[in-house]
Design a protein around this ligand. Structure first.
Ligand SMILES: Nc1ncnc2c1ncn2[C@@H]1O[C@H](COP(=O)(O)OP(=O)(O)OP(=O)(O)O)[C@@H](O)[C@H]1O
Length: 265
């Protein structure tokens, strides 16, 4: 049986009287890539922040490799690599200094091994020539690649990623996808949020769709495809429907009608 790495049980988050995440339960096993999809404001980032230990849940539990994040936060966090959608980096450090700083925080890893791995990822990401430059001179994509390097180099059992491909050029996005696949093949559990059906289809073993804070659909791509076929739709239509973008067609039709009316005036 494959070990459960991440276990969310009835996880909820309220902001005042507003419920952003509503009793979400799911598990991610070792070697599995779980895609978390949903429209803007559905509760993806709020969920991810609770998994990363940055937000305290209003109710429910997060368990990482058997450690309850509320009861033993350091145990869970030391096994997790979190890649936020907007990376926070120390501008006045060089890339190399930043990586050494992160390596020094995760003291259960041998620093030489971590820094050798970092060198490999920097080369893969074409950042090798930049490692001794100050981060303040890095572009958004370069910062994203540096933060990914700082997580991949640690070889954690769980990686949590918020919108992994945003800001990456096509070559870097391709490399990141291949890295996720090879990490999962080696047993890493990956939980990623995305708006992209292409990423979900290509990478994810299982998908969870969140709408208004509630997990409304879960399944493999094959299961979602079967669901689509049963309803005589293609997968894209089902995704648009499930992620709340289906009304888009109505909006586009209304905008076109509006543009047509103006031309007639
Ligand atoms: N600190 C906060 N205080 C009040 N409301 C918040 C706070 N953080 C998030 N929310 C609300 O919770 C809901 C979920 O937000 P969240 O950022 O988790 O959505 P998301 O699915 O990540 O959206 P997106 O795809 O746009 O990034 C939104 O309605 C948002 O306004």
């Amino acid at each position: 049986m494959t070990a459960t790495v991440l276990d969310l049980h009835h996880l909820s988050k309220n902001f005042g009287s507003f419920t952003a995440v509503d009793t979400v339960s799911l598990t991610v096993a070792a070697g599995e890539i779980y895609g978390f999809l949903g429209p803007n404001g559905a509760g993806k980032t709020t969920t991810i922040k609770m998994l990363a230990g940055l937000l305290r849940p209003s109710a429910g539990t997060v368990t990482i490799c058997g450690h309850d994040l509320a009861g033993a936060p350091l145990e869970g966090k030391r096994l997790t690599g979190y890649i936020p959608d907007r990376p926070f980096l120390y501008e006045k450090l060089t890339g190399d200094e930043y990586l050494r700083f992160i390596a020094s925080l995760y003291r259960h890893h041998a620093p030489e091994k971590v820094l050798t791995a970092a060198g490999r990822y920097l080369e893969l990401f074409d950042l090798g020539d930049w490692r001794h430059h100050l981060i303040e001179g890095y572009s958004h994509g370069m910062r994203q690649k540096l933060i990914m390097t700082s997580i991949f180099m640690l070889d954690q059992p769980l990686i949590i990623v918020d919108e992994p491909m945003v800001g990456l050029d096509p070559k870097s996005a391709r490399i990141v996808k291949e890295l996720f696949k090879s990490l999962a093949a080696r047993g890493t559990a990956i939980f990623l949020s995305t708006h992209s059906m292409e990423i979900a289809e290509e990478l994810c073993d299982r998908i969870g769709i969140i709408q208004h804070g509630r997990l409304t659909t879960t399944g493999s791509i094959a299961e979602l495809r079967a669901q689509a076929a049963a309803g005589k739709k293609n997968l894209e239509e089902v995704f648009l429907e499930l992620t709340g973008a289906y009304e888009l067609q109505g909006i586009i039709a209304a905008l076109r009608q509006d543009a047509g009316d103006r031309n007639l005036r």
